[in-house]
Design a protein around this ligand. Structure first.
Ligand code: ZN
Length: 608
């Protein structure tokens, strides 16, 4: 767009006047509002998190003024207002409550302040495609003197990591740069010539120098995967370390991450612990998204309709393929070894095996219904739905293995991804529904219709046992050793799996065992036990979360036990006929290999 007179542009101002009350004051000034009464609205959802969150519910007060006079604001629906006609400039002031500790919304207290634009910036109807200014004001008071500000919004009058004035190209750009304020730990590095920052907030003891050594490896890998130059001029990892938490949200030039402080590398620690491997995987995932979903996008996401749900059947590709590559990048860069990677794959397969919902819902249906099913899971989710993340990752794995084995390593999913980037991401074209399938067939030169029909639109398992064989990898299944067994590892040498199972997921309950999920078709469900029940005794003996496995160890398949439980405040008795536990835990083992399988595997994992 042509350069505009600054005074003609919409101007936002964010002030932190009452952090203790978790309040942000945000004004939006429109120099020349429409003559018919300016309409403004707050989004209902944030791109990357497919659930209607109704951010406008956090607006505590809203008012409008023009030239010092109050202007009447008419509320049109849950998130839209219209100002009475005025000559302008029209200023709308919102007081916004910010107390959601997540990467999706806003969170403000006296220790830090964080917000996404979707939670605070009113969309000015008719002006969405124009540039705008944002002024963010340092909170008053001695305790905020050392606060810094992290964002990838373009600074206009602001020093690096400073408060001041920023500019956005349009509304979509405005809401794609989360802002974190507080006292930070900072690591800096370059990846393929692009400056990167890691900004950590929250109490932690992270080895920042290690992050500055390990993260460039991942970033450079992804940049070179799609091809230099990198599509962003700078990049920022915004990390909030907490006691227990996990999450990330992708943006075009940054990501917001929420993690446990234990996931960050500790000083003097040199190996990659399981926790740190999680954190590296999270960083890798969100960074890959800078291409896949932020630039290669479903056609329906090219201009987001933020007022309501936007449906696509392709989330499996955008989240599943990203999940596949986030971990693959860790082994390809040498941050983890082949064994560690196969353990992660085994865990992903295990998560799918434990979802009975995979027989009920395809990944394309899971994508479409993300808004009401995946993002609104209840106690029956495990029986009714399949995650388009984990099943999507297995669809990607199966496809990659299939293309590699069939073309003797000449082609792979990597080629498909690069073609998607060249044709769609780089040219800013939206990927039409089923577009991925077309590109995959064309680039691989294979007829993949049967594979996609089953993997994307059907509910049968991906035939990974067969697909892994040419790569010298055996696919094995076993019984879980405990409720905390995530899979990926062979059975423990000294462990003996349980002989019977109630087929429920449980937790510690007050005076017994609390049932969180009841698996479809299992012994507990057949007997009538329900999620929410408190199991108190089995054959007259008191039950607890700690003795449950021991109590069950006395029985064999086919035995019937008497289980007492409270449902609400009513004592109930169930006769449970015990079944065998399921072989729902997967691990992968490298077998005696041939030069062909060794070569295929080395090319796939890039371990040669
Ligand atoms: Zn993702």
């Amino acid at each position: 767009m042509a350069e505009q007179n600054k005074s003609a542009l919409v101007h936002y101002r964010v002030e932190l006047k009452n952090l203790a009350a978790h309040l942000l004051e945000v004004t939006c000034t429109i120099p020349d509002p429409t003559r018919h009464g300016q309409i403004v609205a707050l989004p209902a959802w944030i791109p990357g998190s497919y659930m209607v969150r109704d951010f406008a519910k956090n607006i505590v007060t809203i008012s409008a003024s023009c030239g010092g006079e109050t202007v009447h604001l008419e509320k049109l629906d849950k998130q839209t207002w219209q100002a009475f006609p005025c000559l302008g400039p029209l200023t709308i002031t919102c007081e916004i409550y910010a107390w959601d500790l997540s990467v999706r919304s806003a969170h403000v207290d006296t220790t830090h302040a964080y917000f996404n634009g979707t939670s605070v910036f009113l969309q000015v109807r008719g002006r969405e495609h124009e540039a705008c200014y944002v002024e963010i004001v340092r909170p008053a008071g001695e305790q905020y003197r050392n606060w810094q500000l992290a964002t990838t919004l373009a600074p206009v009058e602001a020093l690096a990591l400073g408060f001041g004035v920023f500019k956005a190209d349009d509304y979509q750009d405005l809401i794609d740069h989360p802002v974190e304020m507080g006292e930070f730990s900072i690591a800096r590095f370059d990846a393929c010539g692009v400056p990167h920052e890691v900004v950590v907030t929250g109490r932690h003891n992270a080895d920042m120098a290690r992050l500055a050594r390990d993260l460039p490896t991942i970033c450079e890998h992804h940049i070179r995967f799609f091809g230099e130059p990198a599509p962003m001029a700078r990049y920022q990892f915004q990390v909030l370390a907490v006691g227990d938490g996990y999450g990330g949200l992708e943006h075009r030039s940054s990501t917001s991450l929420l993690c446990s402080r234990e996931d960050l590398p500790q000083p003097h620690q040199t190996d990659v612990t399981d926790e740190y491997r999680n954190f590296l995987g999270l960083c890798s995932h969100e960074y890959f998204h800078a291409w896949m979903v932020k630039r290669i996008k479903p056609a329906v996401f090219m201009t987001y309709d933020l007022a309501k749900e936007v449906y696509t059947r392709q989330l499996w590709a955008f989240e599943g393929i990203t999940s596949y590559y986030d971990e693959l990048a860790l082994v390809r860069t040498g941050l983890i070894n082949e064994q560690s990677y196969l353990e992660l794959l085994g865990q992903t397969i295990t998560r799918v095996l434990r979802s009975k919902g995979r027989f009920k819902q395809s990944v394309t249906d899971s994508s479409f219904d993300a808004w009401t099913k995946f993002y609104k899971q209840d106690e029956n989710a495990t029986n009714a739905i399949i995650s388009y993340y984990v099943k999507g990752a297995l669809v990607a794995l199966g496809l990659d293995l299939k293309i590699r084995a069939t073309t003797a390593g000449a082609k792979s999913l990597d080629d498909v991804m690069r073609a998607l980037w060249q044709r769609y991401g780089l040219r800013n074209y939206g990927l039409p529904e089923r577009g991925f399938e077309q590109v995959a067939e064309e680039i691989s030169g294979l007829d993949l219709k049967a594979y996609f029909a089953e993997a994307l639109y059907g509910t049968a398992d991906i035939p990974l046992r067969e697909l892994l064989k040419p790569f010298g990898i055996d696919y094995l299944e076993r019984i879980a050793s405990s409720q905390t067994d995530k899979g990926g590892k062979p059975p423990a040498a000294n462990g003996k799996p349980a002989a019977v199972s109630l087929h429920i997921k449980t937790g510690r309950g007050e005076g017994g065992v609390s049932v969180s999920n009841v698996y479809h078709g299992g012994s507990a469900q057949i007997a009538g036990i329900a999620a929410g029940d408190l199991l108190v005794a089995i054959d007259g003996l008191k039950l607890s979360q700690d003795n449950l496995e021991k109590r069950l160890a006395r029985y064999r398949v086919g035995d019937t036990v008497r289980v007492h439980a409270f449902r609400r405040d009513e004592l109930m008795e169930f006769a449970v006929r015990l079944q065998a536990p399921e072989y729902d835990t997967c691990y992968l083992v490298i077998n005696d290999e041939t030069p062909v399988s060794r070569d295929l595997r080395a090319k796939w994992l890039q371990t040669a």
